[in-house]
Design a protein around this ligand. Structure first.
Ligand SMILES: [Zn+2]
Length: 293
């Protein structure tokens, strides 16, 4: 499932062709994805221009001149591809991929700058919503989200506050979108390894009783930011479906330190540990029992 870096990679690919452009024509090829499309979806988009393309957690948010916001979620297997008018005549791997997958092309945006933006989603867990801009903060998808880990305000203090009194494991706390938004299994495992903290550690132990952060909280906040930024620089992680908007794979999966590396030697310098897989909740956790305490 795409996590924050994959969604941010997609945002960076879409922003240059969406921002400032107008929806000339919108093809909606099914009545629903995970949820039904909004009423009059195409009509409400056509004629509107995109004033900005932002991201909150794993949601892409296109601010429209109509006063609405187009919220887009990639679900498990959603991806966007961008074609420019001139690309369609030329050969190339990208053109080939388009023909092969078109059965799962569910939405196509024809933009005023000539860009053709296609949303493809074989498993159809993705969705799109139109929300009035002034109602966005109260939308149930957005309202309960915790701090944005790449936001300027995010630090150990914020993380400690969110974990104060939490008797769950750090793994469970960090996977909770109300504690910190946008992380999933991969980046939680990777951040905990970088911070040398055990996924089994009780979440509240990164704060004192009053909620003040200790060294663990600061190390963890820094590790979260670092792993997300490193992944975004690599175009995200392509395990199954993630593609950048030009069709290229992300390659951060080659830089995983623990995720899906059970049995391998721990990459921490001087650590003699071996990466282990355990199950927490229903999900696999990968960690080093020697250097993660
Ligand atoms: Zn280790």
């Amino acid at each position: 499932m795409p996590e924050l870096p994959e969604v941010e990679t997609v945002r960076r690919g879409l922003a240059p062709v969406m921002e400032g452009a107008r929806f000339v024509r919108v093809e909606q090829r099914r009545p629903d994805l995970r949820f039904p499309f909004p009423k009059n979806f195409s009509k409400r988009l056509e004629g509107a221009s995109v004033e900005g393309l932002g991201r909150r957690a794993k949601y892409l948010l296109a601010e429209l001149s109509s006063g609405e916001v187009l919220l887009m979620h990639l679900g498990m297997s959603g991806s966007f591809r961008v074609l420019h008018g001139s690309d369609e005549r030329g050969p190339g791997k990208f053109h080939h991929a388009r023909g092969k997958l078109s059965a799962h092309d569910h939405v196509v945006f024809h933009m005023s700058n000539g860009a053709i933006i296609t949303f493809n989603d074989p498993r159809r867990f993705g969705y799109m919503k139109l929300i009035a801009r002034d109602a966005l903060a109260r939308d149930p998808m957005i309202e309960l989200l915790g701090p944005e880990p790449l936001g300027n305000a995010f630090d150990g203090g914020m993380l400690a506050e969110a974990c104060t009194g939490k008797k769950t494991s750090l793994k469970a706390a960090l996977s909770d979108q109300r504690v910190v938004a946008g992380l999933g299994n991969i980046y939680v495992c990777e951040a905990l390894h970088r911070a040398h903290l055990s996924p089994k550690r009780i979440a509240s132990t990164i704060a004192d009783r009053a909620g003040k952060p200790n060294a663990r909280a600061h190390a963890l906040a820094e590790a979260i930011r670092d792993v997300l930024n490193d992944s975004i620089r690599a175009g995200g992680s392509s395990l199954r479906d993630h593609r950048q908007t030009d069709g290229d794979l992300g390659y951060f999966q080659h830089s995983f330190r623990v995720y899906d590396r059970a049995g391998e030697k721990c990459p921490t310098p001087k650590c003699k540990g071996t990466i282990r897989r355990i199950v927490q909740g229903t999900r696999s956790t990968f960690f080093c029992p020697v250097c993660q305490k």
